[in-house]
Design a protein around this ligand. Structure first.
Ligand SMILES: Cc1ncc(COP(=O)(O)O)c(C=O)c1O
Length: 394
């Protein structure tokens, strides 16, 4: 056998069916392209400004104090206690740090560990579309089927009948991300009630991604679905330090769930990663103990950046769907007359010098996102200004 045939065969032989079903992350690919073309990166959602001084100091102190070995697999006790205290204070909901809280490597691990813990092959998972791109591969890695329910612009509302039709006896869970990436939608109490009633009628879990809970605009408020009647025991709440404290590189997240669910999630977590970085869990205590004013300022600051970037985008000819939460702006690009979102984003990166994310990466049917692209605004004003001046050259 020639060496090239042998090489080709071994390439397929060693590619699992699971990994053949999805591509690498489009968002992270855009970041790579942005670097290659020296484009302003408004694609991937990470701040380009510093994290709060007090939590950086707490991380340095924890390393100096030798918190450098494995923490308890499901999380350092002071950190789990601080998480329980924060949920009691902010949402009036009690979680037992010993049996209901698992610290993991970001919300990313929290979500996949939960899905691996609760699904069997063939189970169905409902996902609102457009969706944060990880949820599709997450479902595929668990051999679960995903059923999509459309959020429709301009307010990204869903049709309750369409949602009901997605539920069946095979539905194991619905993934709910609010405040939502990429749309900026914040689910309202009546909407959450519709979802909660269906979860109870069909004996389904709500797995929630609440990573943007403290980034809210125009008076919107975040309601964890776990606080609705009948939902405490059937919600797995996933959250993380990444966005609230501007530390996306720390990779510290957590999962709150009833003891039986937590048991299974902890088993998966233990064998996937053993645990999140020990010193950063210590620093997490300082983060969760920041005063209320920290969160007020966070939302107020991001709201100003949202308004600033929206204005820049509108001046450049984009139609913006103004977000109520999270730090992204979905835009309609129909006015520019490009064939689709991918060719437009490529043009933006290569010729204009600004990176964004093609809308199709948030849909299973790429045509559905062909007139949309997403910009993030968790950036310094100078970065947003640079992007704005370049965008006027489209
Ligand atoms: C909705 C959503 N969930 C999860 C993540 C990743 O979270 P983490 O950094 O905690 O893994 C992101 C990052 O962009 C996100 O937008």
């Amino acid at each position: 056998m020639s060496s090239s045939v042998e090489a080709a065969r071994s390439r397929t032989r060693f590619r699992s069916r699971r990994t053949s079903q999805f591509t690498e992350s489009v968002i992270r690919e855009m970041t790579r392209l942005a670097l290659e073309h020296d484009a302003v990166n408004l694609a991937q959602g990470f701040p380009d400004f510093g994290a709060p001084e007090e939590i950086k100091r707490a991380a340095q102190d924890a390393i100096a104090a030798d918190f450098n070995q494995y923490a308890i697999t499901w999380g350092a006790k002071p950190f789990r206690n601080a998480i329980a205290e924060k949920y009691r204070k902010w949402h009036g909901i009690e979680y037992d740090p010993e049996r209901e809280i698992t610290v993991c490597c970001g919300a990313t691990e929290g979500m996949i560990a939960t899905l691996l813990a609760v699904t069997n092959p063939g189970d169905e998972i409902i996902i609102f579309e457009p969706y944060y791109e990880n949820y599709g591969p997450d479902a595929l890695l668990c051999d679960a089927q995903h059923k999509l329910v459309r959020l429709r612009p301009p307010d990204w509302t869903f049709d309750p009948d369409e949602l009901r039709r997605a539920f069946s006896s095979k539905t194991k869970a619905i993934i709910l991300n609010s405040p939502n990436n990429p749309t900026g939608k914040v689910f309202t109490r009546p909407e959450l009630e519709v979802i909660a009633n269906l979860c109870q009628e069909f004996d389904t879990l709500a797995i929630t991604d609440e990573i943007y809970e403290h980034i809210l605009y125009d008076g919107a408020s975040h309601i964890p679905i776990a606080t609705l009647p009948g939902m405490r025991e059937r919600t797995v709440l996933v959250n993380s330090l990444s966005k609230t404290y501007s530390v996306t590189g720390w990779r510290v997240g957590f999962v709150l769930a009833a003891p039986d669910l937590t048991d299974s999630i902890r088993k998966v977590h233990d064998f996937l990663t053993v645990g999140a970085a020990a010193p950063l869990q210590q620093a997490g205590v300082a983060a969760l103990n920041l005063p209320d004013s920290y969160y007020e300022k966070l939302s107020a600051e991001y709201q100003k950046r949202r308004d600033f970037l929206s204005e820049q985008l509108e001046q450049a000819g984009f139609r913006c769907y103004r977000p109520k939460g999270a730090y992204y702006i979905m835009t309609d690009i129909s006015a520019f007359g490009f064939a689709d979102d991918l060719s437009f984003v490529r043009h933006l990166i290569e010729n204009v010098g600004v990176a964004a994310v093609p809308g199709s990466s948030f849909f299973s049917d790429s045509n559905a996102g062909a007139a949309l692209i997403r910009f993030c605004f968790c950036k310094k004003y100078e970065t947003l200004e640079k992007a704005g001046s370049r965008l006027r050259r489209i």
